[in-house]
Design a protein around this ligand. Structure first.
Ligand code: MF3
Ligand code: CO
Length: 236
């Protein structure tokens, strides 16, 4: 899994330096697909339940699962990039949200708070804790910053399949669900809205957008629960 996850981390690192006004999301998809194939790996999302691309590109009020298109990024946008890799029988999955050029202070705060919420959630992924300790830590941080967590999409177990048990919600009370044990691997992925938590799906059947059209951010890591604590696999 660490090998699959390293490829995910490298792709996202590569996109970081390329995202700029004028770039189309289809160009991002081409970059992601060729990078993954060049590592003898497979893009995990392409063909998954009919999803047509190797990366999800979700701009501004788009929450997750945006489909790459000829749309050009413009100064002030935020874009969430979600990449999955299948390598040697194992999956890796991660996401980041990036600013395009200069963004507003509010948008930057949304990005920072979402990434911090992921860090807080990850800190709970240690042996002996309960699954919902992760959920509660994420929700608590997000709401303390004045934002809201999306309810209709959740994180997940990951390993030989992209999506395995258990679901990992980004909200809930601490102390519930399975006890975390060494060797468990999870994709933790807070999706955070500037406004209300409600989302709706566009007519393309994939793109999730905020109901109130407020901005949304998404950060995700694949992690392993180890004896020594939590190991982030999708980090270089
Ligand atoms: N990180 C997302 C997830 O775990 C990405 C899935 S996109 C899809 O669900 F195209 F594969 F559906
Ligand atoms: Co995921």
């Amino acid at each position: 899994m660490a090998e699959a996850c390293r490829i995910v981390a490298e792709v996202l690192e590569g996109i970081k330096s390329r995202v700029a006004p004028g770039l189309t999301t289809k160009e991002i998809d081409s970059y992601v697909e060729s990078f993954i194939l060049s590592r003898s790996a497979k893009p995990a999302f392409k063909g998954y339940r009919g999803y047509p691309a190797s990366v999800c590109t979700s701009i501004n009020e788009q929450v997750v699962h945006g489909i790459p298109s000829k749309r050009k990024l413009k100064e002030g946008d935020i874009i969430s990039l979600d990449v999955g890799v299948h390598y040697n029988g194992f999956f890796g999955d991660a996401a980041i949200t990036l600013p395009v050029g200069k963004i507003s202070d509010k948008a930057q705060k949304l990005l920072d708070s979402t990434e911090q919420a992921l860090v807080k959630g990850i800190a709970q992924a240690v042996p002996g804790n309960r699954l919902s300790d992760i959920s509660a830590a994420v929700q608590q941080h997000v709401e303390s910053q004045g934002f809201s967590v999306v309810r209709s999409f959740v994180g997940h177990g990951i390993g030989h399949e992209l999506h395995e048990e258990p679901q990992v919600p980004n909200f809930g009370n601490p102390g519930e669900g399975p006890v975390l044990k060494e060797g468990m691997t999870l994709a933790i992925e807070p999706m955070v809205n500037e406004g209300n938590w409600g989302v709706t799906i566009l007519d393309d059947g994939w793109t999730a957008v905020t109901k109130d059209s407020s901005l949304s951010a998404h950060f995700e890591h694949t992690v392993a629960v180890t004896e020594k604590g939590c190991r982030i696999l999708t980090k270089i």
